[in-house]
Ligand binder design. Structure first.
Ligand SMILES: [Cu+2]
Length: 258
């Protein structure tokens, strides 16, 4: 369902519909903010450190990215009617939620986690796909690290890769908001691309959501860890739940193989 207002075609129509559309966007912003803060509240319950040191080291690469292939540069679109509204909400929530994450990582740790190949993963850079065949899966997801195109995730040095896991696998995700000025979260949803301003759908599996994290504190990036069981088999999508962010590019496929 696309919620964007129609763009008027004639000068005579342009003033009132534009004002109406602007009011509608502001109304949606006000409606969306409580959802963002509610997600953050859920995150406080789900979050816990990954080890005694407060963060996990990246696993040594077990598979080199495909020869000659690089992850597609899924540059964020700049052509959405609600882009400025999404940015406004993201920045406002980023400020409001600064300091809400249970873990904070240095720039070096962000680079290491973003570019490390997860243990047990098979990486196909040409297909932009990471496949896990084991019953225990662990990987890091970074929102908008400096090396990425804007409004994208980074997993195993790929941009918005398809992630394949086996049905029943126990999944551990360390989610890092590596952006400097916007709040981001991560969840697996039953909704399918393309996404509207508000993506709809439901969280695909209990616990498969990392609540929104705000801005960095003292230059260190917020992180939280979640665990869930993958299943039933099917094709899902992971997204950022912030209004407009999935629409602008923060999404990828999450496949549970039977
Ligand atoms: Cu986001």
């Amino acid at each position: 369902m696309i919620e964007h207002p129609e763009i008027p075609n004639t000068p005579a129509d342009s003033v009132v519909p534009a004002a109406t559309a602007r009011r509608a966007r502001v109304r949606r912003a006000l409606l969306a903010l409580p959802l963002v803060l509610a997600l953050a509240a859920v995150g406080f319950d789900l979050a816990r450190p990954t080890n005694g040191a407060g963060y996990r080291s990246a696993a040594a690469p077990t598979a080199a990215p495909g020869s000659g292939c690089v992850s597609p540069s899924a540059a964020a679109s700049t052509n959405f009617a609600d882009m400025s509204l999404s940015t406004f909400i993201g920045q406002h929530a980023g400020t409001r939620l600064a300091g809400n994450a249970p873990l904070y990582l240095s720039a070096d740790q962000v680079r290491t986690l973003g570019d490390g190949v997860p243990a047990g993963a098979s990486v196909d850079a040409c297909a932009d796909r990471i496949t896990f065949t084991g019953a225990a899966v662990s990987f890091s997801v970074e929102a908008v690290p400096p090396v990425n195109p804007d409004m994208t995730f980074r997993i195993g040095a790929l941009v918005n890769p398809t992630v394949v896991v086996q049905q029943g696998a126990q999944i551990t995700v360390e989610f890092v908001n590596a952006d400097t000025d916007q709040a981001h979260g991560w969840l697996v949803t039953t909704a399918q691309a393309p996404f509207a301003f508000r993506p709809g759908g439901a969280t695909a599996f209990p616990g498969a959501q990392a609540a929104v994290i705000g801005d960095p504190v003292n230059g260190r990036q917020g992180a939280r860890t979640i665990t869930f069981t993958a299943g039933p088999a099917g094709q899902y999508e992971y997204i950022c739940p912030m209004p407009g962010h999935a629409e602008m590019g923060m999404h990828g496929s999450f496949i549970v193989a039977p």
